[in-house]
Each structure stands twice: as structure tokens, then as C-alpha cells.
Design a protein around this ligand. Structure first.
Ligand code: MG
Length: 360
């Protein structure tokens, strides 16, 4: 164990002694989470609340914060309202405590311009009987916060070429497994529907997956990212979501698997082909909202399709849309949109796919 990690674990041991103390009275801590004015700008603060922990967000109080400190309001009228939208068990404080995912509103009750959840909730609620499922595959790269260089790499130098790292095993090939394991355990404790994790093609690049129905999928993805950033505090690393952190190496995506009752039913393969035809017609509208800097990633190389050309294919990882072999065989199932970048907004991506395929 290095001196730094020894120091961190000593500090955590001291902190844990105190956070393990249960309050005498009937109180719990709610960590309110919202998106600030920057890109992937997760913020949170703590509220002590009397009573029993509620299971539903509607039973938690609305709150506010100083929007002039997050780039979301002017100093003279700085209050931004936050409304609880999803509640998770808190894997850091444990016990009765919760994480509360919120979205942001102006004092007059209108959603803040950056509130993409309000738009997604509207679109995904329009034909909820279609039960859209979204399976997000979140790739990220662990970074040393002091240098922004990939965690575990030699100082400002490159490791050996791509090859042994994807699902790699053993010291030197597998970097960050302890972080990914801790993150998965924390997400499952919180109640997030994670389906797995793997080490990725770039050393110190990792992936986890979340699959859920409707707006819950994007809510859980945002909560899972928040938990990942918090886990990073414990390990002294930062998860980076840039779509192409290093030239000539695989980038990071947010591949989005998608199905509805119609594609999952007998003969759903035909419906999938109809959905793909619609997605092809709106290719550039989707690309425009699939993440900043995605043009650096969608080059046509490194398991991507070129950004300016829509394509699809069975089992084709170099296409915009992949149809899994199992879906073709069963004549029903799901499609995978491989275009979204790792820094894309799950609210926008899921509601855009649903709008194009089912609401037009
Ligand atoms: Mg992957």
C-alpha cells in the first residue's frame, strides 16, 4: 500500500467511526443531488430530516440552493428550487439515510433551461404503455485528479498497445478493478438496476451497465455516475467521461440498448427494422445531442461508425446501430444505438430515441 492510500484509509477509518453513529432521535440524512450549470456538473448537499425515511420522492420536501454559485442564476435573484424525483439508499452513510435525485426550477415554477429531465419525463410519459426499456453501457476512464493522466499509467508515458486490457486479468493488465467493484456494490446497495461491469480496451477504462424502464433508466444512470464520482473521492481518482481521452486509443461511449413491448413481442424484428429506418432519417438530429466532442470519437475506427454516415447491421460493432445476433435469431428483442458518447445526457438520449421511434 502506498503512503497516500495508507493516509486515505486512516482518515476513512476515523471518519467511519463517527458516521456509523446512529442519531438518537428519529432523524435521517438526505443527500440532495442536482445538475449544476456546467457539463456533467453533479452537485449535492445534506439535509437533516425528522421522521421515517420515505420510499417515494413525493414525500420528501422540496429544497433550494444558491444558483449564483453553480452558474444557474444571477446573484440578485439566486434561488433555484430543487424537486425530489428519485430516492436511493445512501451507500456512503448507510442506515436510514438516502440519496435524493432532484431537478431544477425557477422561482416561478418553470423548469430551468438545463433541466433535461422535465423534457424527458414529458416525452417518455406520452405512450408509457409501450414500456420502453433502456440499457445504458457507461464507459469511463479513471484519471489521476492531480495530472488528469490515466490512473495507474507511468507518469506522462503510455502503456503497451491495446490488446490485453479488455476484460484483462492480472497486475499490469487490469487497472481499476477495485474501484469498479466498490462502485457496483454501492450501486446495488442503493437500489440501482446495474447488470454488470467489465474492464475496457484502454487501460484504466472501465464500463458498467444499468437497465430499467422509462425515465427510471436515466434517473438511475445519473445516480450511478454521482456514486462513481463519490467512490472516486475514497480512492483518490476521478472518473472521466470524455468521449476520446487519447488519440489513437478506443474512446468512451454510452451505448444505449433499446426495446419496447412491440420489439419484444413475437415478430418484433420487423418493428426493430422500422425503428432503425426512422432513426436513420433523424441521424444528424440525434448526433447533435449525443455528447460534446463525439466527433473526435466517431471516426470510423476503434469500433465506431463515422459520424456523418448512418449504418446498421447484425452483430456489427462498426455500425451506428447494432442488431444483436440473438435478436435476429429469436425474431424479436432489442437494438443497440452505438452512437452516444460517454458524456451524453441519458435523459436526452433515451427520450430522443423514444420520440423518433414511437412518437413520430
Ligand atoms: Mg464497452
Amino acid at each position: 500500500m502506498s503512503n497516500t492510500s495508507k493516509l486515505i484509509s486512516d482518515v476513512h477509518a476515523r471518519r467511519d467511526r463517527f458516521t456509523a453513529l446512529e442519531p438518537l432521535e428519529n432523524k435521517y440524512l438526505a443527500e440532495y443531488i442536482w445538475m449544476g450549470g456546467g457539463q456533467l456538473d453533479y452537485r449535492s448537499k445534506t439535509r437533516v430530516i425528522d421522521g421515517n425515511t420515505p420510499a417515494e420522492p413525493d414525500h420528501l420536501p422540496e429544497w433550494n440552493f444558491d444558483g449564483s454559485s453553480t452558474g444557474q442564476a444571477e446573484g440578485k435573484d439566486s434561488e433555484v428550487l430543487i424537486k425530489p424525483r428519485a430516492v436511493f439508499r445512501d451507500p456512503f452513510r448507510c442506515g436510514r439515510n438516502v440519496l435524493v435525485l432532484c431537478d431544477c426550477y425557477k422561482p416561478d415554477g418553470q423548469p430551468l433551461p438545463g433541466n433535461t429531465r422535465a423534457i424527458a419525463a414529458d416525452l417518455l410519459g406520452r405512450k408509457s404503455e409501450l414500456k420502453p426499456w433502456f440499457g445504458f453501457e457507461q464507459e469511463y476512464v479513471l484519471l489521476d485528479p492531480a495530472t488528469n493522466w490515466p490512473y495507474g499509467w507511468p507518469n506522462q508515458a503510455f502503456l503497451g498497445p491495446q490488446g490485453p486490457y479488455y476484460c484483462g486479468v492480472g497486475a499490469g493488465s487490469a487497472i481499476g478493478r477495485d474501484v469498479a467493484d466498490a462502485h457496483l456494490a454501492a450501486c446495488l446497495y442503493a437500489g440501482i438496476q446495474c447488470t454488470g461491469l467489465n474492464l475496457e480496451v484502454l487501460p484504466s477504462q472501465l464500463e458498467f451497465q444499468v437497465c430499467a424502464e422509462g425515465i427510471a433508466a436515466a434517473d438511475q444512470m445519473h445516480a450511478a455516475r454521482y456514486i462513481l464520482l463519490r467512490i472516486g473521492e475514497e480512492f483518490g481518482v476521478r472518473a472521466g467521461f470524455d468521449p476520446k481521452p487519447l488519440k489513437d486509443w478506443n474512446g468512451s461511449g454510452l451505448h444505449t440498448n433499446y426495446s419496447t413491448v412491440a420489439t419484444r413481442a413475437e415478430g418484433g424484428y420487423q418493428v426493430i427494422l422500422e425503428y432503425i429506418a426512422k432513426l436513420g432519417k433523424r441521424h444528424f438530429d440525434h448526433i447533435a445531442v449525443y455528447g460534446e466532442g463525439n466527433d473526435r470519437r466517431l471516426s470510423g475506427l476503434h469500433e465506431t461508425a463515422p459520424i456523418d454516415k448512418f449504418s446498421f447491421g447484425v452483430a456489427n460493432r462498426g455500425a451506428s446501430i447494432r442488431i444483436p445476433r440473438s435478436t435476429e435469431k429469436a425474431n424479436r428483442g432489442y437494438l443497440e444505438d452505438r452512437r452516444p458518447a460517454a458524456n451524453g445526457d441519458p435523459y436526452i438520449i433515451s427520450s430522443m430515441i423514444f420520440r423518433t421511434t414511437c412518437l413520430e
